[in-house]
Design a protein around this ligand. Structure first.
Ligand code: ARG
Length: 594
């Protein structure tokens, strides 16, 4: 592959330092960045680190290097040094050839296969209630990171670890047995996951009542929580489940089936999918052989009550239980087993867990344990931790008052998109099915963009109204820009087959647009390396903004020169393609009109 201008500048800057100052400049001392808008030029070499070798002022050093580069690189037309920054101007011929050879390329932004396999586990819900706003962030992040890594050349496996067994599931089941009167999604018209969630809430109500009663009779809170008849019954149900009781298993299958149908709808609407499902009902006994292995290796130790522990005090953590005294698993036991199972199944080089930051400690301990056990694949494990999502107070409190239901939120987004679009009169005369499809694209785009433009680590406040602002830093603004370009292309009779003619001279906004478009692969690379869709999201916004600047500053369809008109249409089409590609990495659709 031909070297990029950045690589050439790095090479020649080193050569310059060698020839002029007789010194070896280490690669990590060379920084090349984009020139700030207030200065002339497009690329800038930071010269401060070089003054150590030149023993001259930053300006004089910059001028030495600039003059050298100008002689060596035909692409350069001028330079200026401001403080310690050497600003370089590249010729229009350089930018137009970059545009025709690289940017216009079909696979632009998609890297060749790198031979590495990677698993992204995300979503991983519990089957006792519907998905909520936190899951939306999780699902969007997981799906987007997986798409970005695939574009970057990884073979990606998207996995979902469903927590389908345990006491929480028995709670819903027990409540349904008691108060359900045979209610099903079919008879109630309720989505299956919502129906099961309703019984989970009912269980909790009854449980609280029983706790209060016991406390009124003098029990301590702890004791009341253990003695409440309903929780004891749920525990018995779990024991029957584990013993293979047919009646319990049948009910469990039925109710889980309802939940899966509901989840499938929510996933479909979110546009996320999975290559592999793991179910805790299959994996909950795993991990016990790893306990044995750890005891033999002296990584774990047993306490007198027979429980098994690991001492992590030397690592700045504490003692951690890995198996209960009665031989039953805890959360981390299962995760050890599942990590091994995933690796046995796929032999991947890296494995990412998209899970909220309330589990930071859990994953720290899990990965440390697997390392201490000498698992060669442990170094490839990574917890992609993300912050909570809040809503402005007063917004959309769900029935239980705490979490915001995922389905309700998506409905509200689409309704708001309809309202906003119709207020602006944007869709008058469009047939209703097309309108509905468009509002779905806009509403979902607003939601997805707002959640993905923020660094995963950061906690965020989701403001539905702000997210849908057509003029703001939003998905709909980018979608709108895409639609605007499509309309220009249609009016201009553009076809991709048209030969491209490049002008000899570029305007500033054309040059800036080409430069920005050429940053797309580096953006995908940064997002892949940091596991952060925020890079791609913010890049998409920059491209949309720059296109709008170009659109307002230049005439496209009425350009007097046919070659200029042709070039600007190609530039527009390429911008649209890159916007669509970047948004696809976020799972966001872009409309052709809106
Ligand atoms: N089901 C868990 C929850 O809802 C998340 C599981 C995360 N994945 C894992 N391998 N531990 O909190």
């Amino acid at each position: 592959m031909a070297s990029t201008i950045q690589q050439q500048l790095t090479y020649h800057t080193k050569q310059a330092v060698k020839e002029i100052y007789g010194a070896d400049l280490p690669d990590n001392q060379i920084t090349i960045q984009e020139t700030r808008k207030e200065f002339d030029g497009q690329l800038t070499v930071v010269v401060f680190p070089i003054t150590r070798f030149s023993r001259k002022s930053p300006e004089a050093t910059g001028n030495d290097i600039g003059a050298y580069l100008l002689r060596q690189l035909p692409e350069l037309t001028a330079f200026n040094t401001i403080k310690g920054f050497l600003n370089l101007s590249l010729s229009d011929a350089y930018w137009t050839s970059l545009f025709t050879t690289a940017v216009m390329h079909e696979k632009f932004g998609r890297f060749p296969a790198n031979g590495h396999k990677l698993m992204v586990e995300y979503s991983s819900p519990n089957t006792n209630k519907p998905l909520h706003l936190g899951h939306i962030r999780n699902n969007l992040l997981g799906y987007s990171v997986a798409s970005i890594l695939a574009a970057y050349g990884y073979e990606v496996i998207k996995a979902n670890l469903v927590n389908d067994r345990g006491i929480h599931i028995c709670k819903s089941m027990l409540a349904w047995q008691r108060w359900g009167n045979g209610e099903t999604p079919g008879t109630s018209g309720m989505k299956g996951d919502h129906l099961v969630g309703k019984y989970y809430v009912l269980f909790d109500k009854e449980y609280k009542k029983e706790i209060d009663e016991l406390r009124a009779h003098g029990h301590t809170e702890d004791d009341a929580k253990k003695q409440a008849p309903i929780i004891r019954e749920a525990q018995q149900m779990l024991q029957r489940w584990e013993a293979g009781d047919e009646e319990v298993i049948a009910l469990w299958k039925t109710m889980n089936g309802w939940v899966y149908d509901g989840f499938a709808q929510t996933y479909g609407r979110l546009g996320v999918d999975f290559d592999k499902y793991y179910y805790e009902s299959d994996t909950y006994l795993l991990g016990k052989d790893i306990i044995q292995e750890g005891l033999e290796k002296g990584v774990f130790f047993r306490k007198p009550d027979n429980s098994v522990w690991i001492d992590l005090t030397a690592d700045g953590l504490d003692e951690k239980l890995v198996l209960r005294g009665d031989g039953t698993s805890v959360y981390i036991t299962q995760d050890m087993g599942t990590a091994q199972l995933k690796y046995d199944d796929f032999g991947m080089d890296e494995s990412i867990y998209v899970v909220g930051n309330e589990q930071d400690y859990h994953f720290k301990v899990l990965f440390l344990i697997l390392e201490k056990l000498g698992k060669p694949w442990a170094k490839g494990l990574f917890h992609l931790s993300y912050g909570m999502v809040d809503l402005p107070s007063g917004k959309m409190k769900s029935r239980e008052g705490t979490v915001v239901d995922a389905d309700d939120l998506m409905d509200e987004m689409v309704t708001t998109a309809r309202k906003r679009t119709e207020e602006l009169g944007k869709t008058e005369g469009l047939p209703e099915p097309e309108k509905a499809a468009l509002y779905d694209i806009i509403g979902m785009g607003a939601l997805k963009y707002f959640l993905l433009k923020v660094e995963p680590k950061k906690r965020l406040l989701f403001d539905p109204n702000e997210s849908i602002d057509f003029q703001g830093h939003t998905g709909p603004f980018i979608q709108y820009t895409h639609a605007r370009i499509q309309s220009v292309l249609t009016k201009g009779g553009y076809t991709q087959q048209q030969a491209i003619v490049v002008p000899e001279v570029l305007t500033e906004s054309e040059r800036d647009l080409i430069q920005l478009l050429s940053n797309y692969p580096a953006t995908v690379e940064a997002a892949a390396k940091e596991f952060s869709p925020a890079y791609v999201a913010n890049y998409g916004y920059e491209v949309a903004k720059q296109y709008n600047k170009f659109y307002h500053e230049e005439t496209i369809l009425k350009a007097s020169d046919e070659a200029v008109r042709n070039f600007r249409l190609h530039l527009s089409a390429t911008t649209a393609r890159i916007i669509a590609s970047a948004m696809a990495l976020l799972g966001i659709a872009v409309p052709d009109r809106m």
